[in-house]
Ligand binder design. Structure first.
Ligand code: TYM
Length: 334
């Protein structure tokens, strides 16, 4: 992580909640980019298990999902030799900085977060203070590592903007303590839509599992979900206004194959939606097959995974402590 004098790489931080499954949205919006930028930047990636308890969790399931999510990241090519990979609850500075920064974040700012509004409507019987304060925890994740870049999907943009506001306010009061972070969006895939309702974001908490395809789904399940993807009443595969379902599938196909929309239109000229949906499903299933195999291999040795997580936490802890100490000094905590 310590950049050398000649090579000052930017620092990247991002995270993912351990919610049981990783969708194509998570993969294309975030994890795929993570695996591709590890040479270019000093990267820090974490499993956000503290964020996960903003909705009620079964303790045993949360523990299991956390280790599984860690294994999925490694299977996707996140390399613990090159990047720091850890589990958020292993680094106490995240919770500690959250308290400090809560005192520099306004109630009004947090009330305006669209994800808070959505989630408090969805979990009306459990609108807890953690759900409200969630963006401050996310700001702490980012600011502890002095990250300049945050590779995320578009739904996290508002949280990163709030992080900038908090950092700017703190720096304004105490001098240059935090690096200003920016979002890093993928070229294709920053907002993958539901396969059943292309007006809605693809989400792992969708009660209808046909709305998402998950990384660990079986090959035929993935293909079936794409075959039943909702499209429109036309027949031509082309990217256009009013064709949200096809546009979404073209975005997914483009992200996996690197083909432009023009190339995709040419490839499927004269073919119907059925052929196109099958091709997208097969492409996704082909891309996920080696990841699934690597995941299965890694899950065979949980002790090794735990050892890697502990090593990641140790490295993360050293960096996070440095920032936290500085913040405490600036604020005047004795
Ligand atoms: P989470 O776990 O909901 O999602 C992980 C990543 O996947 C992206 N994503 C999508 N991208 C495109 N299309 C979609 N349909 C889609 N659905 C999800 C998300 O934008 C995200 O990048 N709060 C974060 C986790 C987090 C974090 C952080 C991220 C905690 N601390 C610090 C960045 C920096 C979350 O709940 O992501």
């Amino acid at each position: 992580m310590e950049p050398s004098v000649t090579e000052k790489k930017k620092i990247v931080l991002s995270g993912i909640q351990p919610s049981g499954l990783i969708t194509i949205g998570n993969y294309l919006g975030a994890v795929k980019t993570w695996s591709e930028i590890q040479e270019k930047y000093n990267c820090v990636f974490m499993i956000a298990n503290l964020h996960a308890t903003t909705v009620r969790q079964d303790p045993a399931v949360l523990r299991k999902n956390t280790l599984e999510a860690f294994a999925v990241l490694l299977a996707c090519g996140i390399d613990p030799e090159r990047s720091i990979v850890f589990i958020q609850s292993h680094v106490p500075a995240h919770a500690e900085l959250t308290w400090a920064l809560s005192c520099y974040t306004q109630f009004g700012e947090l009330s305006r977060m669209t994800q808070f509004k959505d989630k408090s409507a969805r979990y009306a019987d459990n609108i807890n203070a953690g759900l409200f304060n969630y963006p401050v925890l996310m700001a702490s994740d980012i600011l502890l590592y002095q990250a300049g870049l945050v590779p995320v999907g578009e739904d996290q943009k508002q949280h990163v903007e709030l992080t900038r506001d908090i950092a700017g306010r703190f720096n304004g009061l105490y001098g240059n303590v935090f690096t200003m972070p920016e979002c890093l969006f993928p070229k294709a895939g920053k907002r993958i839509m539901s396969l059943q309702d292309p007006a809605k974001k693809m989400s792992k908490s969708d009660p209808n599992p046909k709305g998402y395809a998950a990384l660990l789904d079986d090959r035929d399940v993935i293909i079936k979900k794409f075959k039943s993807a909702v499209t429109d009443s036309e027949t031509a595969v082309r990217f256009a206004e009013g064709k949200a379902g096809i546009n979404n599938l073209m975005g997914i196909y483009s992200a996996f194959t690197g083909k432009s929309y023009e190339e995709i239109e040419a490839e499927f000229a004269g073919h119907g939606y059925g052929d196109f949906k099958l091709a997208v499903g097969e492409t996704v299933a082909d891309a996920f097959a080696p990841i699934k195999a690597e995941y299965a291999r890694l899950m065979d040795d949980k002790e090794y995974l735990k050892k890697l997580a502990a090593e990641g936490a140790e490295k993360a802890n050293r960096i996070a402590r440095r920032t936290l100490d500085k913040v405490y000094r600036k604020i005047g905590y004795l």
